[in-house]
Design a protein around this ligand. Structure first.
Ligand code: NAD
Length: 369
């Protein structure tokens, strides 16, 4: 049996509590002998700053670089609000994304049947929802230069952000989206603003080229980003995979996220390019939520987003899609039993804590396996 090397960066606040529940699930796999995981843990964010004076150390970066997958909790908290900009907790996460060249961000929006009533949309619109937003993560408006605020000297200032994409950046994210669509319902919607932006024109052109050259069997549609936002709240189930740039992806993935209920339920993955020799991609898996200082340390955090992130690692980095499905099934079965953490609590359900939710999911896994 192959041994998978996982590098765990729990981070700050509830990051540590939810990571402990992933370790419980990993422990179950090792104990049952159905998989072999070797784990090492490091420091990221505020806890790294307190120990090393920086948001992630070079030694931990090296461990992240050599792991089969990095699992990341969450970073930040009021304790570090005054820390220098380049040493602030988020700098650790940004360095990981940059140094590992994690250009593809995958944000699934899955609506568990038991939670369909917590969505802001009607049950029939979201029940069974399973879409995947593929967001370009390392280019576009957030990183383009020039990026300035200039004092014009007449009481006015001018802010400039620059949206820049090269062909290769659009090409590689489009390939990730098409490849993923082939493992799902074989449909991609590409979203940009070609009606008003040159970046949209090039995006559209390159996606069409990649499609014609390498993926003619995948169904492709183009949707303007503003229309895509409307369609997501009007009829989200029409989509399978949506591929889009950094800025629109940031917004569209948050819209899609809220269709499913709570922040505590949302996993994500960030992937790099396949290695020329092994074909393996660098990868980092993390819940969408932050470190939630308001509830940290009280056994109140929902560990499902973190456990579902581990399931994504099994599917996309470890060749264990079958077991990923079983972990997701165990989460669903736990919710079907009426067990809820505070953030997803509903009338008539039973409220439990972080550790009890982790234990319940492992019990369901044991029952399914
Ligand atoms: P947050 O996601 O930490 O919390 C927002 C709200 O959702 C809070 O009320 C919190 O209690 C609740 N919540 C979040 N996750 C939950 C979970 N798993 N279970 C139950 N409830 C949950 O966002 P915030 O309050 O804006 O930020 C808090 C800190 O986290 C800040 O320092 C921020 O910079 C940081 N942050 C980090 C990341 C990251 O590490 N990727 C992401 C977002 C925010």
């Amino acid at each position: 049996m192959a041994t998978h090397k996982l590098f765990l960066l729990p981070g700050d606040g509830i990051g540590q509590e939810v990571m402990a529940e992933v370790e419980r699930v990993i422990g179950w796999f090792n104990q049952r002998g159905v998989a072999s995981f070797e784990t090492e843990s490091g420091l990221a964010g505020g806890t790294a700053y307190d120990t090393h004076g920086e948001a992630i150390s070079d030694a931990d970066m090296a461990l992240a670089d050599s792991a089969d997958a990095v699992l990341f909790g969450a970073v930040g908290g009021p304790k570090w609000d005054g820390v220098d900009y380049d040493k602030r907790p988020e700098a650790g996460l940004l360095r990981l994304r940059k140094d590992l060249e994690l250009f593809a961000n995958l944000r699934p929006a899955i609506c568990y049947p038991a939670l369909a009533d917590s969505s802001s949309l009607k049950r029939e619109l979201v029940e069974g929802l399973d879409i995947l937003i593929v967001r370009e993560l390392t280019g576009g408006t957030y990183f383009g230069e020039p990026k300035t605020i200039t004092d014009l000297g007449n009481g006015q200032k001018r802010a400039v952000d620059t949206t820049v994409y090269d062909t290769y950046e659009i090409d590689r994210i489009a390939r990730v989206a098409f490849d993923l669509a082939k493992t799902r319902s074989n449909r991609v919607a590409s979203s940009e603003k070609r009606n008003v932006m040159k970046n949209g024109v090039l995006w559209n052109e390159v996606v069409n080229q990649v499609h014609a050259e390498s993926y003619p069997d995948v169904e492709l549609e183009h949707v303007l980003a503003d229309n895509c936002a409307m369609q997501l709240v009007r009829n989200p189930k029409q989509y399978d995979v949506i591929v889009t740039d950094n800025l629109f992806g940031d917004i569209l993935s948050d819209v899609a996220a809220m269709l499913t209920g709570s922040l505590g339920m949302l996993p994500s993955a960030s992937l790099g390019a396949p290695d020329g020799k092994t074909g393996k991609r660098k990868s980092l898996y993390e819940p969408v939520h932050g470190s939630a200082p308001d509830i940290a340390g009280h056994n109140l955090a929902n560990p499902i987003a973190m456990i579902a992130s581990f399931a994504m690692a099994m599917r996309y980095s470890l060749g264990m899609g079958n077991w990923a499905g079983k972990v997701e099934q165990a989460i669903s079965a736990t919710l079907d039993k009426g067990l809820r953490t505070g953030d997803i609590m509903q009338d008539g359900m039973t409220q439990i804590g972080t550790t009890e939710m982790g234990e319940a999911i492992v019990d369901e896994l044991e029952a399914i396996a």
